[in-house]
Design a protein around this ligand. Structure first.
Ligand code: SF4
Ligand SMILES: [Zn+2]
Ligand SMILES: [Zn+2]
Length: 453
């Protein structure tokens, strides 16, 4: 899924066919489009576009061209617009000394005030700079250390400046300009910066990439920009798409949809499919024969297991879910480091985490993983399955000693103050009453009967 981080879809150029433009974008696998406003009137239009199209997100602010009439009272309006749910940035703001549309001093005060606002309300900024390289860098540098995050769009300043911006945590992006014949300087910058600092954009309706130059630009053309980046950097196209989308998510918190290939939504929770591998082989588990739940195919070969960034990208804002659950047809603690990385992200972003496990994680990882859970995992669900050691071994296709491993792990988690539930599957041969009594009275944790997988 690609993300076009910059398209002015409120321009009159789109008045007759915006529905088709959006459809074409979807057809090219574009999962999100950020539409930056340029003045107060377009802030309102952007909010409406966000309501109308699920893939549209917005930024609100006053473009340097529109600052001739700048008035400090505009900040109140921008802040109001910024409270709308799908507004993800303050922009487009900045400096433009190429055109003489607004006096420099007006441009600078509007820029600074909007940067102050962004820092205050903790939104990233989308920055426009044309022939104002030194002032832009100086002003943005003065916000260093204030936690301001941002994006230099349609990058056209020197390489040394790009390096400074990147060191300040900013992202940069190129438009169709990267495909132009005379753009060797830009291609040199592109070659010199890491994909980890790049975003994709079109700047529609402007900056149409080759071979469509001269025509109106639109988000579906972001594919051509991505292709050029892949070619110049000698990377696979899919990697450019994945990495830039991840960057867009890191900066703007958007991921173009709920759930994805490696996560699945059940009720109001998001489940994370970490692995299909397991040290056990339960009689009731269809991990090997039919690893699906509802419409979700949870089949995952070891070679397909993604790293934490892919899961994080799919999760998006974890606070939109009741909880993020590590659970699939496999034992998640087999990839304990990945679980920890994802959990750290979820906790940092204000979400809640639950780990569903067979309780063998410390054995699998050859270390006490219960002691590493504090602050990362809010709740642990351990498969007790039965209280008979021999039945446990039979049901799970493992040694009886693993029962003791599971019990010891559960006690450690419980004693570290994490909420614990022990579960059994509702099989006729399992004595649910005894399991409940053992769990609640001896283990002193919660008990639940879970349905057959
Ligand atoms: S422990 Fe869980 S994932 Fe592993 S075989 Fe048993 S039910 Fe399946
Ligand atoms: Zn711009
Ligand atoms: Zn723009």
């Amino acid at each position: 899924m690609l993300i076009d981080t910059h398209a002015h879809l409120f321009y009159p150029d789109f008045i007759n066919d915006l529905d088709e433009v959006i459809d074409r974008a979807r057809g090219k696998n574009i999962g999100a489009i950020i539409v930056p406003a340029t003045n107060l009137a377009s802030c309102e239009q952007v909010v409406k576009l966000c309501e109308k199209y699920d893939i549209v997100y917005g930024a609100v602010g006053i473009h340097p061209h529109d600052t001739a009439e700048w008035d400090e009272s505009y900040i109140v309006n921008i802040e109001e617009f910024a409270k709308e749910r799908k507004i993800v940035a303050i922009g487009e703001i900045g400096l433009d000394y190429y055109y003489d549309f607004s006096p420099k001093d007006k441009q600078i005060s509007a820029f600074r005030s909007q940067l102050d606002l962004a820092a205050d309300i903790n939104l990233p900024v989308i920055v426009h700079n044309r022939m104002s390289d030194d002032d832009t860098l100086e002003i943005l540098s003065s916000y260093c250390g204030k936690g301001l995050k941002g994006h230099l769009h349609c990058y056209n300043a020197p390489l040394e400046h790009a390096i400074k911006y990147i060191s300040m945590g900013y992202y940069i992006s190129f438009t169709g300009n990267i495909t132009f014949k005379k753009a060797d300087d830009l291609r040199h910058i592109l070659r010199s910066v890491s994909i980890d600092n790049l975003l994709l954009e079109t700047d529609s309706p402007f900056m149409t990439p080759a071979p469509h130059r001269g025509k109106r630009n639109e988000p579906s053309n972001v594919m051509l920009v991505a292709e050029k980046i892949a070619e110049i950097k000698g990377m696979a196209m899919q990697e450019v798409i994945d990495r830039t989308s991840y960057n867009a998510f890191r900066l703007y918190g958007i991921n173009g949809g709920e759930g994805g290939k490696y996560t699945y939504k059940l009720y109001d929770a998001l489940y994370i499919n970490i692995t299909n591998r397991c040290n056990a082989n339960c009689v009731f588990c269809s991990r090997k024969t039919d690893p699906s739940i509802k419409d979700y195919d949870l089949g995952l070969k070891k070679s397909e297991e993604p790293d934490s960034s892919v899961y994080i990208n799919e999760i998006g804002d974890p606070a939109q879910y009741k909880e993020i659950v590590f659970c699939g047809y496999g034992e998640p603690t087999i990839r304990w480091d990945v679980v920890k990385e994802i959990a750290a992200y979820v906790k940092q972003e204000g979400g809640r985490t639950r780990l569903n496990t067979n309780g063998h994680g410390s054995y699998i990882n050859k270390k006490n993983i219960a002691s590493e859970m504090k602050g990362l995992i809010d709740e642990v669900s351990v498969s007790l399955n039965t209280i008979s050691r021999s039945q446990y071994a039979e049901l799970m296709g493992i040694d009886q000693e693993m029962f003791d491993v599971m019990i010891e792990f559960t006690k450690q988690v419980r004693d570290s103050g994490i909420e614990v539930t022990m579960t059994i599957v509702d099989l006729p041969e399992v004595d649910a009453e005894k399991a409940k009594k053992f769990t609640e009275e001896e283990m002193k944790v919660k008990f639940r009967v879970r349905s057959y997988f």
